[in-house]
Design a protein around this ligand. Sequence first.
Ligand code: F6R
Length: 241
Amino acid sequence: MRLIRTKDYKEMSRKAANIVAAQVIQKEDSVLGLATGSTMIGLYEELVSRYRQGDLDFSKVRTFNLDEYLGLHPDNPYSYHYYMKTNLFDHVNIAPENTHIPNGMTDHPDEECRNYDLQIESLGGIDLQLLGLGLDGHIGFNEPDDVFRKESHCVRLDESTIQANSRFFDHENDVPRHALTMGMGAIMKAKTILFCVNGKAKTSILKQVLYGPITPRVPGSILQLHPNLIVVADEEALSEI
Ligand code: F6R
């Protein structure tokens, strides 16, 4: 594990963007695994700004997002489709057909998940996977469980996740209770993982994830087994490490 300590969110976003930029420059048809949430907003802003300066070209990049809420249409402002369009895809020269996000409107979640895994495999797996950390230790929407789930799957979100994510919605009742998420298999097979964590609220869970027992009760703890994990985290999140 390589640990990059930054003074604040802005520096975390810049340093993480440097790593994504290096990946895309070195391999123009990189397969990127993307995350959403507040952690990633600064990183995507940095990527957009480098694209505008002419330093990055996304025309051959392929992407797979980690997750999507079940039942939300791509045009719904709370959907991760919408998040990705407004924070990144609409502002860079990525081809829409090269971007992949689980279809939250599917009537057949199991089939959707199987196909998602097959698509990732057919492109040779993920080169660089971005990850944020949930307050309950989730990565993607792999919630605490009795086992690590290898395949992409439909998950019932934990109450703590619903509550944490309600800040993006008008009412807590609007937060979908189910989501589709990439499983641990595709995440752990990524050649490099870029794990970004910031803020006081994540201090204790980050310590458990990086140095506690490896257990599906703390899903992110599986990252300790990844051979090429880069953690970029700010002082607040690292205050116990
Ligand atoms: C989102 C995702 C989640 C978030 C996590 C942290 O695509 O995969 O695991 O990374 O919930 O969310 P924020 O960044 O909002 O604290």
